[in-house]
Unconditional design. Sequence first.
Length: 636
Amino acid sequence: MTPKKQVSPAIRILRGERDASARATHLEAATRKFLVTTNERKYMSTKTNFKRIALVAVAALGLGVLSSVPSQAVNSSGITITTTTGTATTILADSTTAASVTIKWQSVSASDSVVLTAALKSKPALGTAPNVVFSGKDTATAVAATVLAPGSSTTTFTGGVTPGSGASGGYSTTSHFQDSAVATSAVGYNSATFRVQMDSLTSTARVAGTYVYTITAYPVSYTQEATSGRSISEFSRAVTADVTITIDALATESTVASAATSTAFIGTTSGAKTADASVSVPAAVSSTDTPRAYIYTLLKNAAGAAAGESITVTTNIGNVGSSSARGKSVVLSSNGTTDIAIYSDGTAGTATITVKSTSVTFASKTVVFYAAAPTSIVASVLNSAPGVGSNPLALGVVAKDANGNIYGGSLYVSSDALTVVSDTATACTYNSTNSRHECGVTGVIAGTAKITVRDAATAPTVSSNAVSFTVTSSSAATVKLSFDKATYAPGEKATLLISVLDSAGKSVKAGEFANLFATGGIALSSSAGNGSETTTAISATTVSLASYALGTLTDPVKAYTIYMPSTGGVITAKATGGASLPVSGQVAVTATATVTDSGAAALAAVTALATTVASLKTLITTLTNLVLKIQKKVKA
């Protein structure tokens, strides 16, 4: 049975199936659609009529405005103002780093303009603000941007500010006004950008910091009256914006100290120093309130100019500071250089002193505060060949107190044979650099005497070991050359020694010997390396190296520094005795040393290695044969 399909009333009517039901349904749909369509047409017609009425009204108003000509033109409208920041220095204002202000507006007359003014808003506390000037930078449209200076200080715009004198840029020295930027219009859209920079003509010194100026832009229109072309400023439509100019301090003006350029050195005297000294001072409080030592600080910025920062000084023993402010920890002001005083407070021991500024911390300084008397004194020979007369550096003495600290107080030398060495309670000198006392002796005649060092000139409580001295009165007879070593590596540093001897072969008293060598001095068989001293002098001055802390040698010598050649072999120093020696001493003298040949040494090492390898090979062969024999026996 085939199902009966649904057919719409409209189709049934078209087919002739015009039954009552179909006709009724179709009539209802057609009626509804007609009514909706009719209403839409009515609404659209009404909307169009309203538009037409509004258009007519606008046209009528426009015709009315055009038929009513105003007595003056309406100036530019829609003014906007934007700014960018700028920078300067304390010396000048560079236009390439100037701030800028951009104004945009709509103008109906080419005779109208927009005027810019600037007024100081804020500045650094210590600064006196320079005035600002405007200069044309660029335009985004055909506007004619012109920079003008006011004609006189009495020129005013109604309701506006009073511009300054135009003589030097047009600013008021009291109010910091600059009413000089005038942008003339073109009809339509306008845009102009002006530089805003500090006036380099002002004599006011600049201070680093941030300066803020308020820029005001207001329109100016010109009347159409025949009598005059006076301007009318429309301040009611003025707009403002702030512009910032920052002045950075020059590198040479920085007050920030740099660790790379700042220094702090300690010593026993005040004033500038270039290195730290070893300081050993009495622990007892000075009766005259005199500082025992000083730390000289020099604060500089990265450019090497003086930097003013406060300095904090702290110590665990004694007091630091100045005559007016001292203690264990003090803060001192500084304008770049400061001499920090160090005082005893009665406490013996080693003080560790820290010094730092706001930006720099220096290496700690050390001061030894020694007790009132030493507990030990140890003497040693510095010059083993004292002669008749003064011998200033004969003894080296190390004295210590009960805490084991170096004692830097007074010490004295005395001789047990005054006919040979005449010293009795002769004062020694403390050498802080060498951390020892250095004592001299005075020879009278050739002979032997024992010297003792004591802690007091009279009634001493502590004495040193006795040191024996043999005073010689003999004169120079010969000269001797020697190297401090027999063998050197290529390029190694060496010392060539000159000794002046008596007829018995013993060193004579240290001193200056003119014409010790014949012409040419000392010649070397091979060229010495870079940095070697010249050895061609014919005169020489001998000293005890131990006396000057240059070594441990106590016999008087003259020392030359020589750098050995870079190639191996034997180097010979040769000279001939000069006129200051007797004829028997005017003979050739030499000294030799060996410079190892690095190539020969390497070859020897390779040969030795080859021998070792051959021995190992033989041993391995023997062991292999032994293993094979054992294997055969095990199988049998």
